[in-house]
Design a binder for this molecule. Structure first.
Ligand SMILES: O=P(O)(O)OC[C@H]1O[C@H](O)[C@H](O)[C@@H](O)[C@@H]1O
Length: 541
């Protein structure tokens, strides 16, 4: 890629933004059929970005930026197994986990035979557990406890909640935090004899997971059971799972080219497969695979992941909005913001470019959010009247899963659309004055009261619409976001697939453990003082 071409594209965008920054977004609707022209459809989704300050020229310039960043070349490199994760020397092939009939090679070796074989073993095992043919000490499995953290937790936990209406298998529970409260509360009320325990860890060394797994193994043993009869491992480190005494038949492995935050599609998704069954899990994969095909084949201007990425780049890099709110009007997507926080911020929260040089612009955005309508009664105040602008990303299904509650679903849609409209149009001082005058206010009091009721509006939002949150729709949404993050990363010149920024804290935590037992004093004075204070509170010093 020519750096000059790319920098020129950035500069043109910045200049264009300067010329339109003061323009109210709502004025853009005066020309043409903006809702149709600034939206795109694919794979059952509508992505509407008409309520942003992107006009035709802005979009053209954004597409030029994507071209200059050679998105097409980068995309081909990812799908064909090139080692694009350079700091770890790895290919990036989570897409292969959902393209079971594809042919993919890494280092000239076919990788699909092993993927297919593991997937088939997962399906057989899941069927056996769900039918009761597979038993633990006390008979058929009633509860499943997935012990994992980060990518080994967020994907399956989020998806199990999202697809609850399709869940007809054992009940799935998730333990991630090293805080003993988590494992304690999850195990409370479970019958160890009827519980299957999944230890999900790509590396099988993550301290939180291995500590919780050790506790659960003791919990099984304390009930007089043979823990090995209850344990399943999902890991790339098959040597370590064997040391743990987990029988190979219940170890589901995957390769290093599946990143943690991209791993729900393979063995790490076993809890989801147990909950909803292999057929629906395959629908989930098929929904993602359809989005993969769309991402590979659609022209950039119609390409949903590319459009999401470009709108993201526009807001984060060009307009300077540091954060983005993800607002699913879908209660069962309650964990989607947390899932996306890992996906987006662990992928694109980097300070250096691929070549190790400092980034010349900001890394990816801070992502946060909560489902609507709950957020409306909490932080939307700031979205509407705060001094910082937060681009809002709404998601809504046309239908829910509860036909008898369809009136509530209509209300949900009305709220979602109303919020986007309010952010766009706002309420002028004039209208606020009229409102307060009608309520009997006069003079200075009227003016003061009116000013509090002004909504500046002109706040951008996008909307992703889908028919219903089916397994395929969820697969499509997640793949859409994965590729969006990839495209943003390519444009920023970032390696979206490593995560060195999580290492230092882990090392320091290990080093601090002896200090908390009084065996050492940390050299760093602030930490030393806090350790002393906490030990005193614990009655240990
Ligand atoms: O699956 P594991 O090896 O246990 O890793 C679990 C998680 O921990 C790491 O610290 C990374 O930040 C995550 O990307 C990863 O998903």
């Amino acid at each position: 890629m020519s750096k000059k071409t790319l920098e020129a594209a950035w500069a043109r965008l910045a200049a264009h933004h300067k010329s339109v920054a003061a323009r109210p977004i709502s004025t853009l609707f005066a020309h043409g059929d903006r809702p149709a022209e600034f939206s795109a459809t694919a794979c059952g989704f509508l992505f509407d970005y008409s309520k942003t300050n992107i006009d035709r020229e802005g979009r053209e310039l954004l597409l030029e930026l994507a071209e200059a960043a050679q998105i097409g070349t980068a995309r081909a490199a990812m799908f064909t197994g090139e080692k694009i994760n350079r700091t770890e020397g790895r290919a990036v092939l989570h897409t292969a986990l959902r393209a079971l009939d594809a042919e993919v090679q890494v280092d000239g070796q076919d990788v699909m035979a092993a993927v297919r074989a593991t997937h088939a073993r997962m399906c057989t095992f899941a069927e056996a557990v769900r039918s009761g043919a597979f038993t633990v000490s006390g008979g058929a499995v009633r509860d499943v406890v997935n012990i994992g953290i980060g990518g080994s937790d967020l994907g399956p936990a989020m998806a199990c909640l999202a697809l609850a209406p399709q869940a007809d298998g054992p009940r799935c529970h998730f333990v991630s935090n090293v805080d003993g409260a988590h494992v304690h509360d999850v195990l409370a009320g479970l019958d160890p004899a009827r519980t299957l325990v999944i230890v999900a860890s790509k590396t099988f060394t993550t301290i939180e997971t291995m500590t919780n797994a050790g506790h659960v193994r003791d919990w099984l043993a304390a009930a007089g059971l043979d823990p090995a009869a209850h344990l399943v491992a999902l890991s790339s480190a098959t040597g370590k799972t064997a040391e743990w005494g987990i029988p190979p038949a219940r170890v589901f492995g995957f390769e290093d080219w599946v990143g943690g935050r991209y791993s729900v599609w393979g063995p790490i998704g076993l809890s989801l497969m147990l909950a909803i069954g292999p057929a629906r899990f395959n629908d989930f994969l098929a929904g993602a695979a359809a989005m993969d095909r769309h991402f590979r084949e659609a022209p950039l201007q119609e390409n949903l992941p590319v459009l999401l990425a470009l709108v993201g780049i526009w807001h984060n890099q060009i307009c300077g909005h540091a954060t983005r709110a993800v607002l699913p009007y879908d209660q069962r997507l309650a964990r989607l913001p947390a899932y996306l926080q890992q996906l987006e911020m662990e992928s694109n929260g980097k300070r250096v470019a691929m070549d190790g040089q400092d980034l010349t612009r900001h890394s990816g955005p801070i992502v946060w959010g909560e489902p609507g309508t709950n957020g409306q009664h909490a932080f939307y105040q700031l979205l509407h009247q705060g001094t910082r602008i937060v681009p809002a990303e709404f998601l809504i299904a046309a239908r829910g899963h509860e036909p008898d509650l369809d009136n509530q679903h209509r209300l949900l849609i009305a709220n979602c659309l109303a919020q986007a409209q309010a952010l766009l149009e706002g309420r002028s001082l004039e209208t606020a004055r009229e409102m307060m005058a009608a309520r009997g206010f006069t003079g200075d009091d009227l003016e003061m009261q009116a000013r509090h009721r002004v909504f500046p509006g002109n706040r951008p939002s996008t909307l992703l619409v889908y028919e219903r949150l089916s397994p395929a729709a969820l697969g499509g949404i997640l793949a859409l976001y994965e590729h969006r993050v990839f495209v943003e990363g390519v444009i920023l010149g970032i390696n979206s697939f490593d995560q060195w920024g999580v290492e230092l804290g882990k090392e320091l935590a290990l080093a601090l453990a002896p200090a908390l037992e009084g065996e050492a004093v940390p050299a760093e004075p602030s930490t030393a003082a806090l350790v002393a204070h906490l030990r005193a509170l614990r009655g240990e010093a």
